[in-house]
Each structure stands twice: as C-alpha cells, then as structure tokens.
Design a protein around this ligand. Sequence first.
Ligand SMILES: [Zn+2]
Length: 254
Amino acid sequence: MALYHVEGIILRSRDLGEADRLLTVYSLEEGKLGAVARGARRPGSRLAASVQPFACARLLLWRGKHLDVVTQTQLRQSFPRLRSDLGGVAAASLLAELVDCFTQERDPAPSLFALLRGTLAALDESVGEPGRSLEGATYAFILGLLALAGFAPRLTRCVYCGEEPGPAGCYFDAPAGGVVCARCRADDRALRLSETSRRVLLHLAGSSPQAASRLALSPTTMHEVRAVMVSCLEARLEGRPRAWDFWYQQVGRR
Ligand SMILES: [Zn+2]
C-alpha cells in the first residue's frame, strides 16, 4: 500500500524550498520517520497546525521513493500552553532532540511514544500552575527514555561493589553507570550526591510524568538532580544535547 496512517508527534519541522516543510516525526506505528509537508508554509494551508513542532496528529502519508509525503492531517493535541511559555518550549525541544538522538528510523517503540506524548501533556498542564514543575516531568522523561534504551542508571547500590552507599556518602558517576560509594570512588569525575537527591532520582525513575510534575524540591536538590541528568545524557550522546543550554537558561532562573 502506498498510503498509510500514523499517529505522530512532530520532533522537527524545517523549511524546505519555497513553501514546504521537512518533518521528523516520531510515530506510534513506524517509529521515527522523515516526511515532506508540501505547501505547509502557504497562508491558509490545512496542514500548517498539524506539522508545527511538538504537535500530535494523525497523518495520512504517501510512501515516496525517497521521502514520504504528508497528504492529510488531523490534529490530536497541539499543547497550546506549553507552546506559549519559554520554559515549556525549552522542555519540549529537549524531549524532541533526545527522542531523535536515541532512536533509529522505522524502529517503533510504543512505550516511548506513550512516554513522549504523556510528558508533553504533563508539561502543557504544568505551565503556569502553582505546585507543578516542568523539571520534574522532564527528568522523569529522561530517566524513562534511558531505561527504554537500556541505559537506566543504577541508583540503589554502588556500581562497583554492589553495597548500599551508606552514611559515608554517595557519588554519581554517569560513565560508570550510576551510584558509587565513598569507598569505591576512584577519581574526581563523580558528582557528590546527597541521600535526598538519590531518593528523588529513584522516585522520578518510577513516576509518571504527571506525578513527577507535582514533586516539590529544594533548589539544592534540584541542582544536584539537574547535574546528574545532564551527566547521564553526556555519557550516552556525543556530548551535551544542543537544547540543554536553552533549557538550563529557563530553569536556572526560576
Ligand atoms: Zn562501592
């Protein structure tokens, strides 16, 4: 069949030619795919709303020789609150970049699709709401993504000796794969991790994005959790995600 439907989230949308958009979509049925939305930049285009970054839409695609073509769309969720807030845009940009980096084309993972969609929804609900945090939802997403990719950090026992860290203190060494006790810590690369932060990380690793967005943390704990998150990503990617600095600018001054 040359025509097929997917439920997809737009990870990236770049200008192509005079009026088209070149999309990177993460879909439930086919995983990541590239597609062209012809004429999507023309005023009044019926495709425009569904092919903007972070939108979730049902797409009817035509299988082309080189690139598939979006022929019809039905917008499911546009996440308007997230889109109107710099912190929300920064979080969604980070999520989109990470899904792009951690996935291969046409390799579907329904649980990752559900995690991405659920996190965008939790971020959208949290924007501007007292008692809700964009950071909690974002870090629960990162831990969920790492777990699905087979890179979940070990948080309960030392990666070297297998003992619980104990009262002597605890460190986090992302390249080694997780928590390191004071006895096994070999160099200065590992980050100091308070017991509170270790428990928060464990909690986030098992939380839904909605529950994680309700987590209230002190600035010190949040700072440690943030440092662990970026070190986990740096250990798995070729350096820091491009969207991290923009994200850090937004959350650093909240
Ligand atoms: Zn140890």
